[in-house]
Design a protein around this ligand. Structure first.
Ligand code: SF4
Ligand code: SF4
Length: 372
């Protein structure tokens, strides 16, 4: 696509929004329709904002008298899912990596496989087999398999790259869509933070989403909450482990009832539950309001998160046996691969949706009609 030209998805989203803006039947369904009603026309930046504000609850599809097979063919959840996907590619850093979103499922699967293979080869090359395959116990057991300096260097490089690339993408998205839509104000920031932490918008108009069909449920919201809070607990496990190591001089492996192990254990259980539940929901859902184009990448990322959690828990279970070394290499390979593909995967949706929620909270307060 040439710079400055619009994609077919943008044109299709505008066509559908213009029909919705005349109809307005779905105004009470979610944040998107009131935000739409504040606009008289839809520039690409507006449509990108509205698409990222959409949480894919599918309520509007099941309510719509103009949904397929009607000639208007209104399908907001599928069209907005494709537009969100295009926005992820458009704002990827560095720009050529935007192409990674075209075959996202393949990229994530390849990265995970390579992550495991490279870490295993590295460990086998560096380590005496007598050490690698024998039970390691006591303080510093993990670092007898993978030296501390190597583990920290790989984690810092891959995590640092992932966070920097995501920050650059967020900066590009913020500039293209107008960011918060004005100067910073604390009240909208608080509201957006609460929306993110509770995933309130995955509750539809309050009674739930149409997760599987026209019946309402909180299924997807609850699995998504499990995944989000599991992920945050695992992050807390790593952070407390680093504090123990650097500030208190307590080296891993830690006791089962220590903070890092408890955070990691419950975080891992929640992540597995959330990722498996979301994959199952995607498999059994009505395919009508779903975009097949984006499914491969979503399944691959959920699969990767599930495997990271599962190998972390397995590592805990077998950490006093001779299998610990191989499991540690597999787990770390998956984690490093995750850090590297984060900016080119569904993981960016959290940032773009957060910016969209922030802007929406601000717009609701100013109640200005945004002219495109
Ligand atoms: S999705 Fe359908 S029913 Fe809802 S506002 Fe749009 S056109 Fe109207
Ligand atoms: S799918 Fe749900 S969140 Fe998205 S526009 Fe329709 S009602 Fe709103």
């Amino acid at each position: 696509m040439q710079p400055g030209t619009e994609s077919e998805t943008v044109a299709e989203a505008r066509r559908q929004m213009e029909i919705c803006n005349a109809c307005r039947y779905c105004e009470g369904y979610c944040a998107v329709f009131p935000a739409m009603a504040m606009r008289r026309s839809f520039a690409e930046a507006d449509l990108t904002h509205l698409a990222n504000l959409c949480h894919g609850c599918k309520g509007c599809y099941h309510a719509c008298q103009y949904a397929p097979p009607h000639a208007f063919g209104i399908n907001i959840p599928a069209t907005f899912a494709e537009l969100r996907h295009e926005s992820y590619a458009q704002h990827a850093w560095p720009a050529p990596m935007g192409r990674a979103f075209e075959r996202n499922g393949t990229l994530v699967t390849l990265a995970a496989s390579l992550g495991i293979a490279i870490t295993l080869i590295l460990v086998a090359a560096l380590q005496d087999p007598a050490v690698l395959y024998s039970a390691q116990t006591g303080v510093g057991a993990f670092f007898r398999i993978i030296p501390y300096w190597l583990m920290v260097s790989l984690a810092t490089l891959t995590f640092g790259y992932g966070v920097f690339a995501m920050a650059m993408g967020a900066r590009s998205y913020w500039r293209a869509t107008g960011g918060m839509g004005g100067s910073f104000a604390p009240a909208p920031a608080v509201e957006a933070t609460v929306d993110i932490l509770t995933l309130r918008n995955l509750g539809g108009g309050g009674h739930g989403c149409n997760d599987l069909d026209e019946g309402f449920s909180q299924r997807r919201r609850h699995f998504h909450q499990a995944l989000l809070y599991g992920f945050l607990l695992c992050f807390a496990a790593t952070t407390t482990g680093a504090i123990y190591h650097h500030f208190l001089g307590w080296k891993s492996p830690h006791a089962f009832f220590s903070l890092p192990v408890q955070f990691g254990t419950w975080g891992g259980v929640l992540m597995m539950l959330g990722a498996a539940g979301l994959m199952h929901t995607k498999i059994i859902t009505d395919p009508g309001p779903v975009s097949r184009k984006v499914m491969g990448g979503e399944f691959a990322m959920l699969g990767l998160l599930f495997l990271i959690a599962a190998t972390g828990l397995l590592l805990l279970a077998i950490r006093h046996t001779g299998a610990m070394g191989v499991m540690l290499a597999i787990h770390l390979g998956l984690v490093f691969a995750f850090f590297l593909v984060m900016p080119y995967s569904k993981m960016v949706h959290g940032i773009y949706r957060g910016i969209a929620l922030l802007r929406n909270a601000k717009e609701k307060r100013t109640r200005t009609t945004v002219a495109a």
